[in-house]
Design a protein around this ligand. Structure first.
Ligand code: ADP
Ligand code: MG
Length: 411
């Protein structure tokens, strides 16, 4: 029996409409087709498997890389009355969960990849009725990806043993190479890939060569009202910069990094969330899972780790859809440091990492549209100019190479 998706959306999840490609993904999954969904963070990937889990008979097995993520998802699922459980090292109700799975009393079952690929788990699934395999954070399957997890590679025999159960892979971050890898590794056809819009049109992107960083950041903070996040490269730098920026007392500035006492960290975070004009100077530890819609600017005081992290971190600005800005300050030494880091990696991972740095290089060095470079990286075909980045608003002077070439060719 299949239940109607629109009815489930309203009655169980309480949402008025599907967002972006959700409907497209869900329709494919309900058709029983293997699918890879590439959707930005916050786009609503979870719904793409939660809803089919309710619409189809049987349980949806969700492969997820982190216990913390699983437990967040469980809380959210329970809140709307979905029958969900997990089998992890911190769960004490294994026996009950296994019984519920056998009885058909579970809509969602969360497991880590190392558990899912084990023989014990496969034996358990043979006794159950399955609706779907959802592979969350699917870029972890790729050595080329930025977060390779060898255990994801072991999933394929499990998926193939239950070959009649549709599989849905989900990720927010996948360049062309990683994507290809996901399709091959998980056995998903090319026409099963659905990419949603990555564009954040209200964010204005600007990139600046570092030239007196303290002054540059100081000017930014002085000219930008509204809450802002500045990403610094080190824990020590967050504290130093916060102190420097807050000195004149015109604006509240706080620091955040993982090395702080937990009470101070959470106090600073709560203060930021409640504030209408605070500036937070933080390491990239700040922001994950924080939903503050009115952040007006995000600045990077140095090169981010990858173009994916840049998209993600700058994307914390302007979630409310109102105008917001993303500023990136970089120097040649950032690239030198990144290259050093690469040489320390295992061989298999170097190529991917090098490509990620090269993508960042293209972003900072282009005289053309920044947004176009970002979006092309995520597989989209944006127009050549966006009208809302530094280069589109203020084109840098350059030689018109195409005209020179055209003259040369027509001569
Ligand atoms: P992702 O995994 O893609 O980062 P989530 O699945 O965690 O995103 O969803 C992000 C937020 O969007 C959640 O709060 C979720 O409840 C909400 N959401 C998902 N789908 C819809 C929708 N169709 N309408 C409104 N809100 C939605
Ligand atoms: Mg998610």
């Amino acid at each position: 029996m299949t239940r109607d998706p629109a009815t489930l959306l309203h009655e169980v999840f309480g949402f008025p409409a599907f967002r972006g490609v959700q409907k497209q993904v869900i329709d494919r999954v309900l058709d029983g087709k293997n699918t890879l969904a590439i959707m930005p963070t916050g786009a609503g990937k979870s719904l793409c498997y939660q809803l089919p889990a309710l619409a189809r008979d049987g349980c949806c097995v969700v492969i997820s890389p982190l216990i913390a993520l699983m437990h967040d998802q469980l809380r959210a699922a329970h809140a709307v009355g979905i029958r969900a459980a997990s089998l992890t090292s911190v769960d004490s109700d294994w026996r009950e969960t296994q019984d519920r799975l056998r009885r058909g009393d579970l809509d969602l079952l969360y497991v880590a990849p190392e558990r899912a690929s084990g023989e014990g788990f496969r034996a358990l699934l043979r006794e159950a009725d399955l609706a779907l395999f959802a592979i969350d954070e699917a870029h972890c399957v790729s050595e080329w990806g930025h977060d390779f997890r060898p255990d994801y590679r072991l999933l394929r025999p499990l998926l193939d043993e239950f070959g009649w159960v549709p599989r849905l892979a989900l990720t927010a971050t996948a360049d062309a190479h990683t994507r290809e890898d996901i399709l091959v590794q998980l056995g998903i056809p090319h026409d099963g890939m659905i990419i949603s819009g990555f564009d954040r049109p209200n964010i204005r992107y600007a990139v600046h060569p570092r030239d007196g960083l303290s002054r540059q950041i100081g000017d930014l903070v002085a000219s930008q009202p509204g809450p802002g996040i500045i990403y610094a490269q080190t824990r020590a730098a967050t504290e130093k910069m916060a102190e420097m920026l807050g000195k004149d007392g015109r604006r509240e500035v706080r620091a955040y990094h993982a090395g702080m006492p937990p009470e101070m960290r959470s106090a600073n975070q709560s203060a930021f969330i409640a504030s209408e004009d605070m500036v937070m100077v933080a390491t990239v530890a700040f922001g994950m899972g924080i939903d503050k819609p009115d952040v007006r600017f995000v600045a990077h005081a140095g090169l981010p780790k990858s173009i994916e992290s840049y998209y993600q971190e700058s994307g914390r600005a302007g979630r409310d859809g109102e105008p917001a800005e993303a500023h990136l300050f970089w120097g040649a030494e950032d690239f030198a440091r990144a290259r050093m880091r690469i040489t320390e990696l295992e061989d298999a991972r170097q190529a991917g990492e090098r490509a990620r740095i090269a993508a960042l290089g293209a972003l900072v060095e282009t005289g053309g549209c920044r947004r176009a470079i970002l979006l092309r990286h995520f597989g989209e075909s944006p127009p050549a100019t966006c009208g809302n980045c530094d280069n589109c608003l203020n084109p840098p002077p350059r030689i018109d190479v195409t005209q020179v070439a055209r003259k040369f060719l027509s001569a």
